[in-house]
Design a binder for this molecule. Structure first.
Ligand code: GAL
Length: 810
């Protein structure tokens, strides 16, 4: 069995106190990636040691068993009334959970070779398992965890033997258990941690920075460990590994060891400067060093004030946030660091500064990346409490598990500076009635008990009800989902002094699709299953981006927003949940492949205050619309611009207050289509031309252009380059309606991992090396191998010159 071993603590440490080398017991972390056997379906004896799994499929974990499809209308067909969507009568719905086969039982087995168990404590950890996990070691039941998003672990020391040990995991996903694609399987990291019997508790450190100024920070560290005659010693190291503070003694309160360290002239963690320190925390028993753990943290202070809203390191900071579901499009829910990093890189360029992990615990990789890249993270927990949204949702587990799930969420992630608020729930139906108020109070108290340093919110949609009941009054931060028309009233009624747009917009669009006439539409549907990228369509409960912008710009007590959503996700194909084959969302600012829709530039024009945004829509290939009215919009950070069609001015537009839209978009509503060139010239506030952009009517598809987000990958077998393939004409102009069937070949030290074109109605499978371009584009995922050297991708299509790209694996 091949496993990755990471040695956390080095064997030799020189103790500052005793000036002599002391041996610490190693803490060994083994990530169980390889060696897994998987079976879809029930096998009642698969927990037994001698069960023969040789015919099972070999898989690598993280693994999502359902993403390989096929898409099937029957998977999640239901006749249902979605109350959250204001529906009054039940109707047939499809694609709600992605039309992928996540329901049912799945088994995983692996073996673990442990040559030496003397005096060892062994933990088996899961960052999440979808769902209803039952864990066995050597045929014995270890424990259960129903909630698929929860981090959990078991001490399996007493179930182990020297030599080979068998781990078996049974998972089961119920039908009607989710409102989106939840994925299936061991979709997050699984690890074995081997450490000494005398060692820190798992997740046993809590690092806070209760006092921070430019010149001095107090770093308070609480660490938990059991045993006689223990002592804790900490060195704080800066990002270069230089020790900047040392504390050689700790005060013990029962099993808790408390230290206060002073960091002089601290480098504060923030959005532009995500600076991280590491606390090297040592546990001694007498003079013997027992364990060393490294905890990464940031020095920063946060406050929520009536006067200035959210304040980060003394700077009032509005949330320019997006909600993200956990699936990674064509990868399904199988966690992948490169894919998460690419998402955050795209969002960073948009000027986004915050993420809400809707509606569940974020992956630990995502939390780490938010720390490293400077994102504020609103870490959410539940989409349901005790009252159901879906029959087999979290309501089944709430009473027994809610507190345990919150405890694990907080303890596993509390040292991450990126987390600036907890969310106890999203639009929970418990918003109604006095029992729900008590529940809200209790849950918030659990968060406070576990972490007194961060406030708690709930995304509320039943705004009238929560104003009446007291539910909204008791929350640290009242979060409103949509319902901008009630912000003012909620602000008056609630005592906190601010309102968070915990979920906003839910504007819908398909990348590269434009509908005529250009007009606002609520729940608008077309025969092709697409929504218009003129960004004027939304749902009965939701709104357009500008409806949120005006609140944030005009009401200083609005803390900012979390747009639904940063990227399209699998499932919830509103407004097409009654239309097959729609199977993924239309809400994304970026599509399921991660390609920006036009809306990306609207948010960028407002959020990215450093770089220029000058974006024209729609595309200019409208054969058959000659002479017809074809409005042109420009999303830009400039206030004013002039539009030219084939050199003829269409007039100057300037942002103005006449309508909400005109405050933020430049619109030429009467343009008549003629093929050729659309050019926009931007003016500064003195009327000087400062920038320009143009797009052209493309000719016939001619060849394929490839561009990679990264051309150098790590030789770790899991790094991914996302290569955008664009069908272009002979002059290199993108062909915005091309739908050629493309084929992919990967040679060398990498492999084809998946492909996605962002079309929410496509039933082509992500893992097959062929797919149609959608509006001229798609994205191919090339994965590194563990060997170094070049990888070559070639993309071909009938009648097109193929595209080639070389990536280096290092
Ligand atoms: C919200 C809900 C989200 C999503 C969204 C779609 O009400 O919280 O999970 O369903 O609507 O607009």
């Amino acid at each position: 069995m091949k496993k990755i071993k990471i040695i956390l603590a080095t064997a030799l440490f020189t103790s500052v106190l005793f000036f002599k080398p002391i041996m610490a017991q190693n803490t060994e972390v083994i990530q169980l990636k390889e060696g897994w056997k998987f079976h879809k379906g029930e096998e009642i004896s698969a927990y037994q040691v001698d069960f023969n799994d040789s015919k099972w499929e070999s898989v690598v974990v993280p693994h999502d068993w359902a993403i390989y499809g096929p898409f099937d209308k029957e998977v999640d067909k239901q006749v249902v009334k979605i109350v959250q969507n204001n529906e009054k009568v039940a109707s047939e719905k499809t694609g709600r959970t992605g039309a992928l086969p996540f329901v049912g039982v799945g088994w995983y087995r692996n073996t673990l070779d442990l040559p030496n168990l003397d005096n060892k404590q062994v933990l088996l950890t899961f960052d999440g398992a979808m769902s209803n996990a039952i864990i066995y070691v050597n045929g014995q039941l270890v424990g259960k965890r129903p909630y698929g998003y929860s981090y959990f672990y078991f001490d399996i020391s007493d179930k182990l033997q020297k030599g080979e040990n068998v781990i078996a995991v049974r998972l089961e996903n119920q039908p009607f258990s989710s409102r989106w694609y939840p994925g299936a399987g061991l979709y997050r990291k699984v690890q074995v941690i081997i450490k000494g019997q005398v060692s820190f508790e798992h997740w046993g450190h809590f690092v806070t920075t209760p006092y921070v100024t430019d010149t001095l920070a107090r770093v308070n560290i609480k660490s938990r460990a059991k045993g006689e005659n223990l002592r804790v010693e900490t060195h704080i190291k800066d990002a270069d590994g230089k020790v900047v503070a040392t504390h050689a003694s700790s005060t013990q309160f029962g099993d808790e060891f408390v230290q206060d360290l002073a960091v002089v002239n601290p480098n504060r963690w923030g959005i532009e400067n995500p600076y991280l320190y590491t606390a090297e925390i040592k546990l001694f028993q007498g003079e013997t060093l027992k364990q060393v753990e490294n905890v990464r943290f940031g020095i920063r202070n946060i406050a929520y004030t009536r006067e200035e809203g959210f304040v980060l390191n003394g700077q009032p900071t509005q949330f320019k946030g997006v909600c993200l579901h956990h699936d990674l499009g064509p990868l399904g829910t199988a966690v992948n660091r490169a894919a998460l990093k690419r998402q955050l890189t795209i969002l960073k360029d948009m000027g986004c500064n915050a993420i809400r992990s809707a509606h569940n615990m974020p992956s630990l990789e995502q939390v780490e990346l938010c720390d490293e890249m400077g994102f504020l993270l609103l870490a959410e927990s539940f989409d349901e409490w005790k009252k159901p949204k879906v029959k087999n949702g979290y309501n089944l587990y709430f009473d027994e598990w809610a507190e345990k799930d919150i405890v694990n969420l907080v303890r596993a992630t509390r040292n991450h500076p990126s987390i600036i608020m907890w969310s106890a729930g999203n639009e929970v139906p418990d918003q109604h009635g006095s029992v729900g108020v008590k529940r809200a109070n209790w849950i918030q108290d659990v968060f406070h008990r576990e972490d007194p340093t961060r406030p708690v919110t709930v995304g509320m949609d039943q705004v009238k009800a929560v104003m009446e009941s007291g539910f909204g009054v008791l929350l640290d931060v009242p979060g409103l989902n949509y319902r901008v028309h009630l912000y003012e009233e909620a602000y008056e009624k609630f005592p906190q002094g601010f309102i968070l747009g915990s979920e906003t917009a839910s504007t819908v669009s398909s990348r590269g699709v434009y509908k005529f006439p250009v007009e606002k539409g609520i729940n608008k549907k077309y025969d092709d299953g697409h929504s218009s990228s003129y960004d004027l369509e939304y749902c009965s409960w939701s709104n357009l981006p500008e409806d949120d912008f005006v609140m944030q710009d005009d009401k200083p007590w609005v803390l900012g927003e979390f747009v639904w959503t940063g990227f399209d996700y699998l499932g919830e194909p509103t407004p097409y949940d009654g239309f097959w084959p729609s199977r993924s969302s239309y809400f994304g600012i970026n599509d399921l492949a991660g390609l920006p829709k036009d809306r990306y530039y609207l948010y960028r024009s407002r959020w990215n205050t450093e770089d220029e945004t000058l974006h024209i829509l729609p595309h200019w290939n409208w054969k058959g619309r000659e002479g017809e009215t074809t409005p042109v919009f420009v999303y830009t950070n400039y206030n004013s611009a002039e539009l030219f069609i084939n050199g003829k001015s269409q007039g100057v537009r300037t942002k103005n207050d006449s309508t909400k839209l005109d405050r933020y978009r430049l619109r030429w509503m009467d343009v008549k289509y003629e093929p050729g060139t659309v050019r926009v010239v931007a003016y500064d506030d003195d009327g000087n031309a400062v920038s320009e952009k143009e797009i052209k009517t493309a000719g016939a598809p001619h060849h394929i252009e490839l561009s990679a987000d990264r051309t150098v990958l790590n030789a770790d077998g899991e790094d991914i380059s996302f290569v955008t393939a664009t069908v272009v004409d002979k002059d290199g102009n993108p062909c915005p309606t091309a739908d050629s069937q493309l084929k992919f070949k990967v040679k060398g030290n990498g492999s084809f991992r998946a492909v996605c074109n962002g079309d929410p109605t496509s039933l082509e499978l992500f893992h097959k090396p062929t797919m149609k371009a959608f509006n001229g584009k798609l994205v191919v995922l090339v994965q590194s191998s563990t060997d170094t050297g070049p990888v070559k991708l070639s993309v071909s299509g009938n009648g097109l010159e193929s595209g080639q790209l070389e990536i280096q694996v290092k």
